[in-house]
Design a protein around this ligand. Structure first.
Ligand code: SF4
Length: 451
């Protein structure tokens, strides 16, 4: 039998549906997908408060015939809000995030953890509408309920402001799809029940709207193309004058700054919005003069969900950078963007933060403009490619936390962790990772100075 998730999976890729049914062991739910799933669950649970005091139809792990029965009982009893209301029709089972009576008419609300209605949501709601109508419930409208990107938390979360319900555009789109849904259910049911793996070419559907959880499996089936092994040269090609101009424009004292951020879908702190990047950590290497000792300092917030990491970070960053004439960052739009948000959210620090923004210099420039390149960088100016090309002894590969997303997830997980050893180990790994980011910048600048 099809379910809503199998239907939407099959609409994106028929092979993905078949693999999900017949070769589930090949599925890889990586960290990024896990984050998306967990985020969806949290947002979905919170959205129920928009229609409070509802009854839950799904008491098992998954929607089932029992939840269909329970839904019908609730409807018969006159319940007006049902969470995970489950229906079956045309060999398809769907559970609706929220089914609510508004002005005496049933409406369905599909909750999404995005900041707008996306194309892939339409098909998702269209199949729910088809099944519910087909099962005999007089359904007035179907809606998508999503996060309001402009909502700023101040105090307790205001559910009615945090979520936005579409204004009817979803309903008009799904009505046009109803006859196709009937045809697609027939087609996908046949694929689900077939014993032969469908042949589907890998393409854009493998990475959009999500990375497919069978990507590695399909990729492993591709014929291996023997690549001629070409030794890439690590000899730098340097535009000396340009590099010298860049280096000579740098004034001491200087420091190297790098932020790590979390991006909670539901704002955790006052003066923050859904998916705002909240800096929780920085690493700072500083040097008074070219010959003086390099000092390292850092900030790593307490993993206490009741404490906004930003205010203490701002105060410490202002104090530790106040003497610098140059503040190096690698890819300035990121750090500049975060500091500009701090100015907006904490205007009491506006003057000092604007001073920091004015001192930012992007260390990526000589590499982006190809003033300094090696073949081993493969045309990239990312610090992960530039660092090993310039300083092969430094590498991120040994680190337990080796990229920004892993750092973000690791810190977010600490908020719900009470294992002291794990907390200590994770904090240590976060410090090592962020430390390497600014140490890398120190080493990269040293190489440029020697040109
Ligand atoms: S990797 Fe691509 S082709 Fe393979 S199942 Fe997923 S979406 Fe389909």
């Amino acid at each position: 039998m099809l379910s809503k998730s199998k239907f939407t999976r099959g609409m994106n890729c028929q092979k993905s549906l078949w693999l999900y049914v017949h070769k589930k062991d090949e599925r890889i739910v990586d960290e990024a997908l896990q984050t998306v799933l967990a985020r969806g669950t949290n947002v979905g649970e919170l959205a129920r408060q928009y229609f409070p005091n509802g009854k839950m139809a799904v008491l098992e792990d998954y929607p089932s015939f029992e939840s269909v029965k329970r839904t019908q009982e609730f409807i018969n009893q006159g319940v007006e809000v049902i969470y995970e209301a489950t229906f079956i029709f045309d060999n398809t089972l769907v559970a609706v995030d929220i089914l609510a009576k508004v002005n005496g008419k049933w409406n369905l609300y599909e909750v999404k953890s995005t900041k707008s209605v996306k194309d892939q949501h339409i098909i998702d709601v269209a199949v729910q509408y088809y099944v519910i109508k087909g099962s005999g419930l007089p359904l007035k409208n179907a809606h998508v309920m999503h996060l309001n990107g402009d909502y700023v938390r101040r105090g307790e979360i205001e559910i009615q402001k945090l979520f936005i319900i579409d204004d009817g555009t979803v309903q008009s789109k799904i009505e046009l799809l109803q006859s196709e849904i009937e045809r697609d259910i027939k087609l996908l049911s046949a694929i689900e029940n077939d014993n032969i793996e469908p042949i589907v070419k890998m393409g854009s559907q493998c990475t959009s709207p999500y990375s497919c959880d069978f990507y590695d499996y399909c990729n492993s089936l591709l014929p291996v193309v023997e690549e001629e092994s070409v030794e890439l040269s690590s000899i730098p090609e340097v535009q000396q004058n340009e590099v010298k101009l860049f280096v000579n424009s740098i004034q001491y004292p200087l420091c190297h700054l790098d932020f790590e951020t979390i991006m909670p879908a539901i704002p955790m702190f006052d003066e923050s919005r859904p998916y705002q990047q909240i800096p929780f950590q920085y690493s700072l290497h500083s040097q008074e003069t070219q010959d003086s000792e390099i000092k390292h300092e850092y900030y790593l917030a307490e993993n206490n969900p009741n404490i906004d990491p930003r205010k203490a970070l701002i105060k410490q960053m202002i104090a530790q950078t106040k003497n610098a004439k140059t503040i190096f960052v690698y890819y300035a739009p990121f750090e500049r963007g975060r500091i500009n948000e701090m100015i907006k959210d904490f205007p009491e620090f506006k003057k000092e933060l604007e001073l920091i923004v004015a001192k930012l210099v992007d260390l990526i420039i000589p590499f982006k403009k190809k003033f300094y390149r090696t073949e081993t960088m493969k045309g990239s100016s990312s610090i992960k490619k530039v660092l090993p090309a310039l300083n092969p002894e430094f590498s991120y590969s040994e680190l337990e936390i080796g990229n920004g997303m892993a750092a973000s997830n690791a810190f977010l997980n600490l908020y719900n962790c009470d294992d002291k050893d794990l907390i200590e180990k994770t904090r240590e790994n976060l410090l090592k990772y962020c430390h390497l980011d600014t140490l890398a910048m120190v080493k990269i600048f040293e190489v440029l100075q020697k040109v």
